[in-house]
Design a protein around this ligand. Structure first.
Ligand SMILES: Cc1ncc(COP(=O)(O)O)c(C=O)c1O
Length: 397
């Protein structure tokens, strides 16, 4: 008899971790690999946030916090949502979790029955489809492509909705595509959603601050669907705090209570020291941390100029987040240096083996014709990586 559960057996490992581990192993064996696999800011945590954590330890914040987080942190989050997003939430509507990842799974567990449908615009963040499987749901994909900036339209959304649809889940700004939905686009999606009160939108806004063009917009700002939206956010990307595991959801009261119930049985709430530090982060003027975004933008522009010159890459200038997601369908079906390229995972493996550059194939983001490069890396490494890829592909094609 199989010891592992069917639920577990249905899950896949994150391809991001598969590729980053492979790159790390190659490096450990002496190969000079440049890894552009992980979506992780390479900055240190800002000094005032670190100090707040040190103070919290010295002040003995060492006991359980309330399950949805300290009240003053939830007040700080509510104030942030008002300040940055013009959203009105009470602290009772907020649930602080161990990262945005847990905040998303809390909401999915609260909403999804076996066989319920969750709409995922493609490309989607790798974990969404696996999380849907974990809660017994069924993902319904809406295909987009490079040609339409990887964004769905209101018509496509309406076509995908069935009586079994429970959730629409997306990230804007988007990992992996680097696109974001504009105010008008969100408005047209909100109009569709408002016609289907049985649907909840999980709006993952973790890359909110990393938008090079405009102020971030949340779909929760449209009053007609306020009761149908769970806003997800966190401190991993905007504050370079990936390891601190600080995320949160902001929901209608009924859903916030449900998240509290799930979390109470799963983790008893988030780390208290990180919660105290998060108060400092969220109450500091975001302009103080803008230097990280400016640096990402500089790197993006450098990579864009170099990537455009790589043969067979169809590349868009990403407007947000810190990823490039070029279409590499030119190489699919070809054999490069004896290696058959059936999809972009094969292509990513080829680049790792031949150019010693780590990336993540698009299969687990839902697009086997694209490949993801994170540019949360040093300028020197980014330049060298683009040079290696170009030279390798010129050699073999
Ligand atoms: C779209 C998206 N949502 C959520 C997360 C997870 O964030 P956290 O570190 O807060 O769990 C990531 C991390 O890569 C992400 O890209």
């Amino acid at each position: 008899m199989e010891k592992l559960s069917e639920r577990l057996l249905r899950l896949r490992y994150s391809q991001t971790f598969v590729m980053s581990n492979k790159a790390r192993d190659m490096k450990a064996s002496g190969v000079d690999v440049i890894s552009l696999t992980l979506g992780e800011p390479d900055f240190d945590v800002p000094a005032n946030i670190k100090q707040a954590a040190i103070d919290a330890i010295n002040e003995n914040y060492s006991h359980y916090s309330p399950v949805p987080g300290f009240l003053d942190l939830r007040q700080a989050i509510a104030a942030k949502l008002k300040r940055d997003n013009e959203l009105d939430y009470k602290p009772s509507q907020i649930c602080v979790a161990n990262g945005a990842k847990q905040a998303i799974i809390n909401v999915l567990m609260a909403l999804v029955n076996d066989g319920d449908e969750v709409i995922l615009p493609v490309p989607y963040w790798v974990s969404y489809d696996e999380m849907v499987k974990m809660v017994g749901g069924r993902s319904v994909f809406i295909k987009t492509s490079y040609v339409n900036d990887f964004k769905i339209t209101a018509e496509q959304l309406e076509e995908a909705i069935t009586p079994k649809t429970k959730v629409l889940l997306y990230s804007s700004p988007c990992n992996p595509s680097g696109s974001y939905y504009t105010y008008d686009e969100l408005k047209s999606l909100a109009k569709v959603i408002s016609k289907y009160p049985h649907i909840t939108v999980i709006s993952d806004e973790i890359y909110e601050y990393i938008n090079y063009e405009t102020k971030h917009r949340s779909i929760a700002a449209f009053p007609e669907i306020y009761e149908q939206v769970a806003v997800i956010n966190g401190l991993s990307k905007g504050y370079a705090m990936t390891g601190w595991r600080m995320g949160y959801s902001a929901c209608p009261e009924w859903l916030a209570k449900a998240c509290d119930k799930v979390q109470g049985q799963m983790t008893s709430g988030a780390n208290t020291v990180a919660q105290r530090a998060a108060i400092t982060a969220l109450t500091t003027d975001p302009a103080e941390y803008r230097y990280m975004i400016d640096e990402f933008k500089k790197r993006r522009d450098i990579v864009y100029d170099l990537m455009k010159e790589i043969p067979g890459f169809k590349v868009l200038l990403p407007k947000s987040a810190f990823y490039f997601y070029p279409d590499i369908s030119f190489y699919i079906g070809k054999t490069l240096n004896g290696k058959e390229i059936k999809d972009s995972d094969d292509f990513a493996m080829f680049l790792l083996d031949e150019a010693h550059v780590g990336s993540v194939g698009g299969v687990s983001f839902g697009s086997p014709e694209c490949i993801r490069f994170s540019y949360a890396a040093s300028e020197v490494n980014l330049r060298e990586a683009m040079k290696r890829i170009k030279e390798t592909l010129e050699k073999y094609t």
